[in-house]
Design a protein around this ligand. Structure first.
Ligand SMILES: Cc1cc2nc3c(=O)[nH]c(=O)nc-3n(C[C@H](O)[C@H](O)[C@H](O)COP(=O)(O)OP(=O)(O)OC[C@H]3O[C@@H](n4cnc5c(N)ncnc54)[C@H](O)[C@@H]3O)c2cc1C
Length: 395
């Protein structure tokens, strides 16, 4: 990416800032700086209305082409948007799974009918999606999924049986994309059937139906961000498989490759906000005078700068697994360390159940950041990938 382009695009930066400052007010003001993921007291309904407000201003799907209703913003403009969004206090985005994971996959693999049906609802902030990949016994080893999909010969519909777990936002979503293993009768002739990664299908499934049960999982933060999802004869239309039947693994992997992008820079802007909260507290409570803590604070600031440089350099490099693994490993470990630093700066107070609105977010940061090195590929899996694909070591 051309870093200079980010610096000279002042007019666009001002446009974002002005819009944010005039819209993140009134009833939306309570969402300011809410982190979304696992945040306490996060008002999901209001967050959805905020997404719709963003959509009206043309700030959802900003990198999408005009054909799909986006504003075809350049990569530099997307970076600016995400950075300004966070620095103006924009809350964690609730439509992330639909907008940044499913939508690009729909654009790539979807039929014209699927695109026309699903993209507008995502763009408008009206339709929310969950990701049905992980299962008990199939997380890192995703190819071990056991959820089954078959076709009902009487209706032509897909019928799904099985269980997903850790499904973020399923309790707030209307739809889920489900990676399932096809029944032998469906994929008898499909290429790769019988192989571990063969014979799969990625299905677009409505969550609100009798065959689906969503059970929220209560987390250490006290809130529920993810769920168990049970499919017991759940149904979806026969045409709602994304990409070729039998080749679901390829489609599912394409979707995972969309996880990296300009929004990473927005995530880092939020990290900067969190680091500033810690610095402020360290100045206030005297922790900043401790030489070892000072070093760690300085190291955290340096680390964040390195993350930004890496993200800027690698944005737009496509979906190289090597770059994706380096980024994921680097940001998730940096952020987990930041959570620990927050607790050190809190000192003894960190051991108590805090209600102080200034201190509690730092304790929450520590709790929430424990998950960073697990979701979207654990530390060990990223290291395996780097060893094999970047260093050429044997499997
Ligand atoms: C906050 C959060 C949100 C999530 N949201 C979603 C979601 O929306 N949808 C979804 O489908 N999933 C979601 N997940 C699930 C996530 O993708 C899995 O937790 C992750 O893939 C790890 O799988 P697992 O939990 O089954 O752990 P396991 O795969 O059982 O791993 C257990 C431990 O063994 C290690 N390990 C496993 N295999 C190897 C290996 N080959 N070599 C070395 N070490 C290994 C792992 O690194 C880990 O330390 C979410 C998880 C979290 C924490």
């Amino acid at each position: 990416m051309n870093v200079q382009e980010i610096e000279i695009n002042e007019a666009f930066r001002a446009e974002v800032r002005e819009w944010m400052n005039s819209h993140l007010t009134g009833r939306f003001a309570s969402l300011k700086h809410a982190s979304g993921l696992g945040a306490e007291g996060y008002d999901a309904q209001l967050a959805k209305e905020w997404e719709q407000e963003l959509a009206k201003g043309g700030w959802t799907g900003i990198g999408w082409s005009a054909e799909h209703g986006g504003r075809a913003a350049t990569l530099a403009q997307q970076v600016i948007f995400h950075e300004e969004y966070v620095s103006c206090g924009g809350p964690g985005r609730i439509g992330h799974i639909g907008e940044t994971l499913l939508a690009p996959t729909l654009m790539h693999y979807g039929t014209p009918e699927q695109k026309a049906r699903f993209l507008p609802g995502i763009l408008a902030g009206k339709d929310y999606w969950a990701q049905g990949y992980s299962e008990p016994g199939a997380g890192s080893d995703l190819a071990g999924i056991r959820t089954r999909a078959r076709i009902d010969p009487a209706t032509g519909e897909w019928v799904i049986d099985g269980q997903k777990v850790w499904t973020s936002w399923a309790h707030e979503s209307g739809w889920i994309f489900v990676l399932a293993r096809c029944d032998e009768t469906v994929v008898q002739a499909a290429p790769g059937n019988g192989a571990r990664h063969g014979g799969m299908v990625l299905l677009l499934v409505p969550l609100h139906q009798p065959g689906v049960e969503v059970r929220p999982i209560r987390q250490i933060t006290g809130t529920s961000e993810f769920n168990e999802v049970f499919f017991d004869g759940a149904r979806t239309e026969g045409s709602l498989h994304l990409g070729p039947v039998g080749d679901g693994w390829k489609v599912a992997m394409y979707l995972l490759g969309c996880e990296r992008g300009a929004s990473t820079l927005g995530q880092q802007a939020h990290f900067r906000y969190e680091l500033n909260l810690i610095l402020e507290l360290a100045r206030k409570n005297g922790a900043a005078r401790d030489p070892l803590l000072r070093q760690r604070l300085a190291k955290a600031a340096l680390g964040l700068q390195t993350l930004r440089s890496h993200a800027l350099r690698s944005s737009g490099e496509g979906t190289s697994q090597r770059v994706a693994s380096v980024s994921k490993y680097a940001w998730s470990n940096w952020h987990r360390d930041l959570g620990e630093l927050a607790m050190e700066v809190l000192g003894e107070q960190g051991e108590l159940a805090l209600s102080d609105p200034e201190l509690r977010p730092l304790q929450q940061l520590w709790l929430v950041s424990r998950a960073d090195t697990i979701y979207a590929g654990t530390n060990e899996i990223q290291m395996n990938l780097m060893a094999e694909r970047a260093l050429g070591m044997p499997r």
